[in-house]
Ligand binder design. Structure first.
Ligand SMILES: [Zn+2]
Ligand SMILES: [Zn+2]
Length: 338
């Protein structure tokens, strides 16, 4: 990864200019917006944009429940902090979920960051799910035994748990902390592979193709440099070590790097592209297969039996979908908000 001369957002140790909002000394430089912000107004600026995204893209409505997946990384910690502050204005219930994956130090630090965010939150209810308690084993063992690529197995298990929780809670959507740089990187990769129907899953909202409820990405047009600045300026605890299963030089890494260089040469290129993509997505092809219901557990599935039931059958000899769903039902009963 190259160190860029001009990141989209840079935080200086001491003020260098005046805040565009209030004229106070400012140390946060937003190249893409050609603006300086004081510590207070940078937060206001990020909060406003997240709030606007939630309203504009109809991510969750007044009175509804939003489930937010918090890994403990800088992006989900930023999202949780912002949601905690704007939840009363929006009139929505926020439930934050952290899944303990059992990946050594990475998972310990992730849980620590999540707990820290929970202890500060005023308007977010927190739930921790321990994978071993739920499935009898942690992620490294699941990955080893499944003999499938780590990210695809991990993604499948986490998706299933989040979907089951959303259904149990009666939540209307699931939010993740994906920021614009990652979403645009995946979009470019899918464009290169001409998998245009995959690009529709990378917008601010994707309707429930293969998912129990809609997926929403409130950080859709937030730069990664902004979440990096956010945790730094407001002193939020987050996990800064990479997942031990993440491979280092993938096509994604190369594209992301390329995108940062392009942004550095042409500030606001990424945010303009992301917003244009959001407008144009309705004309993109949509994934073909209408979701079925798994005959074993009742959750959305492409075939007769869902991926999670098939995976757990190969791991333990029995499909764990029905059991996991009933355990989650028990966990959620105390949290139900309606
Ligand atoms: Zn200011
Ligand atoms: Zn199933």
């Amino acid at each position: 990864m190259v160190v860029l001369e001009a990141p989209a957002v840079k935080v200086y140790e001491s003020p260098k200019a005046k805040c565009v909002k209030c004229g106070a000394p400012a140390r946060i430089r937003l190249s893409y917006a050609n603006a300086w912000f004081c510590d207070k107004h940078f937060k206001e600026y990020v909060k406003e944009r997240v709030k606007n995204n939630i309203i504009k893209y109809n991510m969750v409505k007044r009175g509804e429940t939003l489930l937010v997946a918090v890994s403990g990384g800088k992006d989900s910690v930023t999202l949780m902090n912002v949601l905690d502050e704007i939840a009363p204005e929006l009139g929505v219930n926020i439930v934050a979920v952290h899944i303990v994956l059992g990946m050594g130090e990475f998972s310990e630090k992730s849980l620590e960051a999540f707990r820290d965010s929970c202890s500060k939150a005023k308007n977010v209810k927190c739930v921790t799910v321990d994978l071993k308690e739920l499935l009898g084993m942690y992620m490294p063992e699941i990955i080893r035994r499944s003999r499938r690529p780590a990210c695809s197995v991990c993604g499948l298990v986490k998706r299933y748990i989040l979907n089951a929780m959303a259904v149990s809670l009666g939540a209307s959507s699931i939010a993740t902390g994906h920021h614009m740089n990652d979403l645009m990187t995946y979009a470019i990769k899918n464009f290169m592979e001409q998998k245009l129907d995959n690009i529709t899953k990378l917008g601010p909202v994707s309707e429930s193709e293969g998912s129990a409820v809609k997926r929403v990405r409130p950080l859709y047009d937030i730069y990664e440099d902004e979440t990096r600045a956010f945790v730094k300026v407001y002193g939020l605890n987050y996990v800064d070590i990479e997942c031990p299963f993440k491979s280092t030089l993938t096509l994604e890494v190369i594209i992301k790097d390329m995108l940062s260089r392009a942004e550095s040469e042409s500030p606001s290129l990424t945010i303009s592209a992301a917003r244009a993509l959001a407008r144009n997505l309705p004309s993109y092809p949509r994934p073909a297969s209408p979701p079925n219901r798994c005959r074993l557990c009742g959750m959305p599935s492409n075939g007769d039996v869902c991926g999670f039931c098939r995976l757990t059958m190969s791991l333990t000899g029995a499909p764990l979908g029905p059991e996991v769903r009933s355990r989650i039902e028990g966990m959620m009963s105390s949290l139900r908000t309606s």
